[in-house]
Write a protein that binds this ligand. Structure first.
Ligand code: 5GP
Length: 115
């Protein structure tokens, strides 16, 4: 079996994280290197490597995660001003942790296009 990712170790509570939300399906915690005043990672507990691993059967899970993101945006005070949700998928997108995750970032203005 391949080695656990850092996020799987956070799910299994083997390493600490600043958790802001948890349920049976997903976990949300502050990014260790925040790129904005609010920078939270929302991850499924299911071990999917990236968005490219998502199958049609995962639709309820992904829908649930986006409902959690919306809720967190309100709780963390960025819903009104606006926020960005990013999922880096694969090498060209500079994904560094091979466990599906959504960055919820807000609290400042962002540029477009991304670098
Ligand atoms: P990616 O580059 O794969 O889209 O995003 C991975 C994110 O995970 C990065 O923003 C990075 O700062 C964050 N990260 C990596 N290791 C840890 C960790 O051990 N704890 C937390 N809270 N965040 C981490």
């Amino acid at each position: 079996m391949s080695e656990k990712t850092i996020f799987k170790r956070i799910i299994d509570k083997e390493i600490p994280a600043s958790i802001v939300y948890e349920d049976d399906l997903c976990l949300a915690f502050h990014d260790v290197a925040p790129q904005a005043p609010v920078h939270v990672l929302v991850i499924p507990k299911k071990e999917l490597r990236s968005l490219d691993d998502v199958e049609p059967e995962d639709a309820p899970l992904i829908g649930h995660i986006f409902a959690v993101i919306r809720r967190l945006a309100r709780e963390l005070g960025v819903a009104e001003g606006g926020y960005r949700v990013v999922s880096n998928c694969g090498q060209n997108a500079m994904q560094t942790v091979p466990h599906l995750h959504f960055h919820l970032i807000g609290g400042r203005g962002f540029a477009w296009p991304p670098g």
